[in-house]
Design a protein around this ligand. Structure first.
Ligand code: URA
Length: 425
């Protein structure tokens, strides 16, 4: 087998054979196939697509490139959630302890932010002492102690994806549905969860800008999960505006704590509860009541146990940025647009995100919203506040919020987009 013939097959719109897929994924992981050859193949896949059987085989080859985790020693059913990424998407933080409080075990392997979308690990690292990197034994210990764990995936999990994702990131080949689906699902299947709920984001702040593409991605991932014996359901949810009122690491932890304390913004609570119900259903616990677990403090109790078991101090004050700059409404009317991508980009430019994998992030940086689409605002009222330790970044961040990022009109018929757009099982 050789890489050039595999590239030519896909370049000429052919179907890759099982042997071609197994060989190229394995040879690339071992360093026998060069990055430039894999980039050419990734671009051919982006342009010419893959059939369902090809995606299934590609996913299986990525799983086989590394280890599989084993949670069979746990007495509770395991449930996991994956979001395709958005702005202000802090849902994993309240969701994992909430679902644990309702009786499932939640092993949540999470990632860091790259570009305008935030990463769960970066958010949690703003809690003094909290550790993202755990051995498999430590992960099981935290799960036993708190019922949930949120940590970084070990090096051994789907190493083919680790390499390929970094390559796609710098070759304009992230947005290929077969590659996104196989990337996400290979890690989730290798992780060994019994059930999985996917939050597929749609809109300007998401990979998938329109509903048709999001549906195709969701169907592909649900099919892959089901074929591998993982009970998988997807919700398609709106990402045209940020979730909640904050985008940025410590800012989002603070908002998650409000939700765990029984308050928090309505959209964050709605999505947390909807995903919790799906996870509990998929885990075989349909009678659990997540709203009660938020109200009675049991979800907060699991959060505190999880943070402490991972070295964090749940009572420590969260970092706050040194400088703030508030943007005020120029006119009165209804806020009809507060664009998710623009807010994510502004938060990133303020220091909440990183340009390269190895860059540090600022714990306190980000954007705080004072109004959401559908709210009536008056001229001179605060719309959003920028937070950073490096005030020389304010102008660059403000540039992201110009043009049509923010729109205030007198359009009385305006209805905000519903948060949950579809469900695919
Ligand atoms: N998240 C992943 O893990 N992989 C992708 O390809 C895209 C988003």
């Amino acid at each position: 087998m050789d890489a050039i013939s595999v590239i030519r097959t896909k370049r000429d719109r052919g179907r890759l054979s099982d042997a071609q897929i197994d060989w190229i994924v394995d040879a690339y992981t071992r360093g026998e196939v060069a990055d430039e050859q894999m980039s050419a193949l990734a671009m051919a896949i982006l342009l010419n697509g893959m059939e369902r059987e090809e995606i299934a085989r590609w996913t299986a080859a990525m799983i086989a490139s590394g280890e599989r985790m084993d949670f069979s020693s746990l007495t509770r059913p395991t449930a996991d959630k994956h979001s395709t990424g958005g702005v202000g998407d802090k849902i994993t933080l309240p969701l994992a302890p909430l679902v644990a409080a309702c009786g499932a075990a939640v092993p949540q392997l999470s990632g860091r932010g790259l570009g305008h979308t935030g990463g769960t690990l970066d958010k949690l690292e703003s809690i003094p002492g909290w550790r993202a990197h755990l051995s498999n034994e430590e992960m099981l210990d935290v799960l036993g102690e708190a019922g949930c764990v949120i940590c970084a995936a070990g090096e051994g999990l789907a190493p083919a994806d680790r390499k390929l994702y970094a390559l796609r990131d710098v070759t304009g080949t992230v947005e290929a549905i077969p590659l996104i689906a196989s990337s996400i699902m290979s890690k989730k299947i290798a992780e060994g969860t019994d059930s999985l709920v996917l939050d597929v984001k749609v809109g300007s702040g998401a990979f998938m800008k329109n509903l048709d593409d999001a549906r195709e991605l969701a169907r592909t991932m649900v099919g892959l999960g089901t074929d591998h014996g993982v009970r998988t359901v997807a919700l398609l949810t709106d990402m045209s505006t940020p979730l909640g009122l904050t985008a940025g690491n410590a800012l989002e932890v603070r908002e998650s704590l409000e939700v765990l304390a029984g308050g928090g913004p309505a959209d964050v609570v709605e999505l947390t509860l909807a995903l919790a119900r799906e996870m509990l259903d998929a885990a075989g616990l349909p009678d659990a009541d997540p709203a009660k677990a938020l109200a009675d403090g049991s979800a907060m109790d699991h959060w505190r146990r999880m943070i402490a078991a991972q070295g964090g101090d749940p009572d420590a004050p969260l970092p706050v940025a040194r400088e703030r700059h508030t943007v005020y409404a120029e006119t009165s009317g209804v806020l009809t647009r507060l664009d998710a991508y623009a807010v994510g980009l502004a938060a990133w430019r303020l220091g909440a995100g990183r340009a390269r994998k190895e860059d540090p992030v600022q714990a306190g940086a980000g954007v705080e919203l004072h109004a959401k689409p559908g709210d009536r605002v008056t001229a001179g009222a605060p719309l959003l506040t920028l937070h950073t330790d490096t005030p020389e970044r304010f102008d660059y961040a403000l540039e992201a919020l110009t043009g049509d990022a923010i729109e205030i009109t007198e359009d009385a018929s305006y209805e905000p987009t519903p948060l949950i757009l579809d469900r695919i099982a």
